[in-house]
Ligand binder design. Sequence first.
Ligand code: IPD
Ligand code: CA
Ligand code: CA
Length: 264
Amino acid sequence: MDWGLLDRYAKSLIKEAGHKIRVSFFSEIEIDSKASANDLVTNIDRQVEQFFIRKIKNDYPDHKILGEEGFGDVVRTLDGVVWLLDPIDGTMNFIHQKRNFAISLGIYVDGIGVLGYIYDVVNDELYHAIKDGGAYLNDERLPYLSSIPLSEAIIGLNASWVAPNQYMDHKKTIELVQSCRGTRSYGSAAIELAYVSTGRLNSYISMRLSPWDIAGGMVIASEVGAVATNLKGEKQQLLGQDTFIVAVPSLHKDILDNYISLKE
Ligand code: IPD
Ligand code: CA
Ligand code: CA
């Protein structure tokens, strides 16, 4: 496989999809809800996913596609080349704010992330990485991340995980909030992973993410020296929902050892 060629191909699809999303700002979008009233989807999420799938199926018919909106393949294993796509990560932001959302794409080969992309459409910021080839923001190489103590760290954390919840002992999360320098919540896992990779955030934690939210960002984060696992410290399995943490190794360990207590 010519990874350079596939990289250029993926970027051209992402840029074209980004253009479609920007154009959509000038027409009325159709909004539906999925699993719950606040789980939103629009005709643009669907159209963008269908655009990718049409192109990929035509040009790489033996590749599989796992897309959030369900137009891709039923993917039961990560064997072969698998594209993990979220056409719009941060749909609520897309609808309410017209910013703070991204196209998120990871290309995996036999379960290993080889190419990763996060496209912040509104800011025209494309983050990408090639395994062992470094991570980039609009073609500028991102520096390796330095260690940082929790007391100086900004943590990406949704307020839901500080309120009582079914997944974790929220009192430990309160201790985490009180021990770090600050917290932020951007409402797009992909944007939060991009921010960890650039050092704008030092960690991002979630109790429930899907493979397409993190597949691209994990490749990027790994190329700048961050570790991404579930909250048991295990490798992400990427075929279903899981908990998530990303940070440089020392901070990742400190948070997991001292501030996360999962219910089970
Ligand atoms: C959501 C965003 C959000 C995260 C949710 C995701 P969507 O993705 O990444 O930040 O907290 O768990 O589902 O639905 O906007 O693609
Ligand atoms: Ca998502
Ligand atoms: Ca989405």
